[in-house]
Design a protein around this ligand. Structure first.
Ligand code: ARG
Length: 645
C-alpha cells in the first residue's frame, strides 16, 4: 500500500484539517484552502442579510474561468428562487453587508461576482504556501471515510494501470495508461485516499508456450539477464516467423481437403498428412506446452516464472524513471481457476450465461444491454478467456482489498470489454461492486515510433526523446554550459516532454506523437514548464534570501496588478486539485499550470527582484517562491520531476 516513503517526496506531506476547527459547511476547510475562508464569509454574510439558507449559497458558489469574472461567482438561477435572476442579483448585491474580506459584489447578468479583498488574500495565500510547502493544496480529509472522525480510516482505492504484455511490445496504449494511472494515483494519494497501485500483466496464454519453445531454439541466457524484455520479444518474433512459415502448407492442405470433400473425393490420406503437419507445428507444440503450464507442470512453470520475474525487474527500472512504483504486480496468470469456476456457477444459476455451440456465452441482448452484444465466457475446449479472467479478478480483488473504489486505466479500444465486465458483475447480483468500479479510458497516440524503427519499448522511446532533448539544449550554448549534468537533465526533460504532451489534451482525444513539438522550449510544452520552474529556482538562489526572511516579508508591498493577479491564481490551486478529483483529467492541472507560467513570464520585467530595494525584494521573492512551490506541487502530482537548473 502507499507508504509515504515510496511516494515522490513532494506528495508525502499531507495536510489534515484538525477536527477541532470543523467548519459548519461540509467540505469546507479554511485552514487548508484559503478560498474556503472566502466561501464561508460570503455564504454566512449573504445568508444572514437575505434569509437565504447559507448552506445553499455555500454549495452554489463556483470558481471562475477567468479572473476578470471574480474569484468566486454565484449563478443566481441555481438558488431556485422565484424572481427574475437579474433583479435578484441586484437585490442581493445591495443587501450584501460591508466585509473585511470581500469587496462589494458585482451583479453581472444572472451572476453575482465576488472579488476577494487583495490585502488579506495576499497575506493568507502567500503565508499558507510558504508554511505548508509541498502540502499546500493537498487535503487529507477528502479521502477519509468520515472527516469528522479520522479514526474510521481512509477510503481505499485500487488503480489498475500500465498492464503491459510480457514478450510483446510496450505500445502507446500502455504508455498512456502508465502516465494517466500514475497521475491518478498521486492525485488521490494527496487527497488522503489509501491508494493501491496495481499492474495487471498480460502474462498467461498460449504465447508463453511459444515463447518457452522459442527460447529453447533461440534463447541466450546472457541476453536474457542483460535485457529480458527486449530478448524475450526477439525470441517471440523469431518463433512467430516459424509459425507463419508453417502456417502456409497447413492452410494449403486444409483447402485441398475442403475442395476434395466438396467433390465427394477420398481425403483420408490428406487428412493424415495434415494431422502430421499440425502435430509437429510450433503452434501445436505451444498449445501443448501451455496446457502443461495450466496443469501445473513444475518445469514449465519455473521457466515461465523466470521470464516473468526478470521482466518485472526490468519494468520496475523503467517505471522508476517515470516516478512510478507499483504496490502489486498481478496479472492474468494470478487469477485462480476456482474464482473463475465459482463465477461460472453463479452465472449459470442466475441465468446470466447460456450454452451455445459447446461454448458458454453471455447474450447481453437478453439482459437489457443490446449494445454489449454477446461474449464468450468459456471456449468449446473449456478454456477461459481474457474476459473470464477479469471476471475472476474483480471478485478476488474485492475479497482481498474491500476497496471503496477501483479504477481501470485502459485504452478506449477496450470500452466494450470493460462495459461487459461491469455488466456481468452487475448481472451476477454484485451491483454494488460494479458501481464501485470505473473505466478511465483514453484515445490513441498516432505515430509513436523510435528513430531507428518501429519497435516500441518504453526504454527506447525515452532514450530517443532524451537524445533529441539533448540536441535541443545544445542549441543554446550559453544556457547549456550552466547545466551541471546535461545528459541527466536531458533525460528528465525528455520524459517531461512525453508526459506533458500526453496530458495536455482531454484523455479521450488521441494525438500525434511529435518529437519536435514536444521537445521545444516554446509553446505549452514540458520543457517550457521545466524552464519556468528552473528560472524561479535560479531567481531564489541569486536572491540569497532565507525561508525566514521570506516569511517576514511585508506582503502589503505587493500591489501591482501583475502581483495581485499571481496571488489570485495561486489561491486557486487547492480548488484546482479538488476539481481534478472530479474531472479525473490531467489537463485540468496542466491548463492551470500554464496559466500560471504565462502570468509569471509577463511579470518578470515588471516585478523585478534583483535591483529592488530590500523590503520590496523580499516581498516579491516571497511571491515568486510561492509560485515556484505551487508549480512544483502541480508538477509532482502529474508525476514529473521538477528540475532546479
Ligand atoms: N494487458 C492488456 C492489454 O495490453 C491490458 C489489461 C487491462 N486491464 C484489464 N483488467 N483487462 O491489452
Amino acid at each position: 500500500m502507499a507508504s509515504a516513503d515510496t511516494l515522490p517526496a513532494a506528495v508525502q506531506g499531507l495536510s489534515i484539517h484538525s477536527t477541532s476547527e470543523q467548519s459548519k459547511f461540509e467540505g469546507c476547510f479554511p485552514s487548508l484552502n484559503p478560498i474556503d475562508i472566502y466561501r464561508q464569509e460570503i455564504a454566512e454574510k449573504l445568508g444572514a442579510a437575505t434569509g437565504i439558507d447559507s448552506e445553499k449559497i455555500y454549495t452554489r458558489l463556483n470558481w471562475t474561468s477567468t479572473l476578470d469574472k471574480g474569484d468566486l461567482i454565484l449563478p443566481i438561477p441555481s438558488l431556485q428562487i422565484k424572481k427574475k435572476p437579474q433583479e435578484l442579483a441586484q437585490e442581493l448585491a445591495d443587501k450584501f453587508p460591508e466585509s473585511d474580506l470581500v469587496e462589494p459584489p458585482v451583479p453581472m447578468g444572472v451572476h453575482l461576482q465576488f472579488f476577494c479583498k487583495l490585502k488579506p488574500l495576499t497575506e493568507t495565500v502567500i503565508t499558507r504556501i510558504l508554511k505548508d510547502k509541498a502540502a499546500f493544496g493537498t487535503n487529507g480529509n477528502q479521502g477519509l471515510r468520515d472527516p469528522a472522525d479520522p479514526s474510521k480510516g481512509q477510503k481505499k482505492m485500487i488503480i489498475e494501470f500500465s498492464s503491459p504484455n510480457i514478450a510483446k511490445p510496450f505500445h502507446a496504449g500502455h504508455l498512456r495508461s502508465t502516465i494517466i494511472g500514475g497521475f491518478l494515483a498521486n492525485l488521490f494519494t494527496v487527497m488522503g485516499w489509501d491508494v493501491i497501485k496495481m499492474n495487471y500483466l498480460g502474462d498467461w496464454g498460449k504465447q508463453y508456450g511459444l515463447l518457452a519453445n522459442g527460447y529453447k531454439l533461440f534463447g541466450s541466457e546472457e541476453q536474457l539477464i542483460k535485457n529480458p524484455i527486449a530478448h524475450l520479444f526477439d525470441v517471440y518474433v523469431k518463433i512467430n516467423a516459424i509459425v507463419a512459415e508453417q502456417d502456409g502448407p497447413i492452410k494449403d492442405l486444409k483447402e485441398q481437403i475442403k475442395a476434395k470433400k466438396e467433390k465427394g473425393e477420398e481425403v483420408a490420406t490428406l487428412e493424415a498428412d495434415l494431422a502430421k503437419l499440425v502435430d509437429v507445428s510450433e503452434d501445436e507444440k505451444a498449445r501443448r506446452y501451455f496446457k502443461s503450464m495450466e496443469d501445473g507442470d513444475p518445469d514449465a512453470l519455473a521457466l515461465w516464472s523466470r521470464f516473468r520475474d526478470l521482466s518485472i525487474e526490468k519494468y520496475k527500472q523503467t517505471y522508476a524513471r517515470l516516478n512510478i512504483d507499483f504496490d502489486v504486480y498481478s496479472g492474468e496468470s494470478q487469477i485462480k481457476p476456482e474464482s473463475m469456476a465459482s463465477a461460472y456457477r453463479t452465472m449459470e444459476k442466475s441465468g446470466v450465461s447460456e450454452e451455445s455451440e459447446g461454448a458458454v456465452i453471455v447474450d447481453f441482448t437478453k439482459h437489457g444491454a443490446k449494445k454489449l452484444g454477446k461474449a464468450i465466457i468459456v471456449r468449446k475446449d473449456g478454456t477461459p478467456l481474457y474476459l473470464t479472467r477479469d471476471i475472476g479478478a474483480i471478485q478476488e480483488r474485492e475479497e482481498a482489498y474491500h476497496f471503496d473504489k477501483m479504477i481501470y486505466v485502459v485504452a478506449a479500444q477496450q470500452d466494450l470489454h470493460l462495459a461487459q465486465l461491469f455488466k456481468i458483475t452487475e448481472l451476477m447480483g454484485l451491483k454494488d461492486l460494479a458501481d464501485r468500479c470505473q473505466h478511465i479510458n483514453f484515445g490513441m497516440v498516432r505515430g509513436m515510433s523510435t528513430r531507428k524503427g518501429t519497435v516500441k519499448f518504453l526504454d527506447d522511446i525515452l532514450r530517443d526523446v532524451g537524445e533529441k532533448m539533448h540536441e535541443v539544449m545544445k542549441k543554446n550554448t550559453e544556457k547549456y554550459e550552466q547545466v551541471e549534468d546535461p545528459v541527466g537533465t536531458a533525460d528528465i526533460l525528455g520524459i517531461t516532454s512525453v508526459m506533458v504532451q500526453d496530458m495536455t489534451g482531454k484523455r479521450i482525444n488521441g494525438y500525434d506523437f511529435n518529437l519536435d513539438a514536444m521537445t521545444s522550449f516554446e509553446g505549452d510544452t514540458g520543457p517550457y514548464l521545466q524552464y519556468a520552474h528552473a528560472r524561479l529556482c535560479s531567481m531564489r538562489r541569486k536572491s540569497g534570501l532565507s525561508d525566514e526572511e521570506l516569511l517576514s516579508a511585508d506582503l502589503n508591498l505587493l500591489t501591482e496588478a501583475h502581483a495581485t493577479e499571481l496571488v489570485r491564481l495561486l489561491s486557486q490551486w487547492p480548488d484546482v486539485l479538488l476539481n481534478t478529483t472530479k474531472t479525473l483529467e490531467p489537463t485540468t492541472i496542466i491548463t492551470y499550470l500554464f496559466r500560471m507560467t504565462h502570468a509569471l513570464s509577463s511579470s518578470y520585467d515588471v516585478l523585478k527582484v534583483i535591483g529592488s530595494e530590500p523590503e520590496l525584494k523580499k516581498a516579491r521573492m516571497a511571491l515568486y517562491a510561492s509560485a515556484r512551490q505551487v508549480l512544483h506541487n502541480g508538477m509532482r502530482v502529474l508525476g514529473l520531476s521538477p528540475v532546479e537548473r
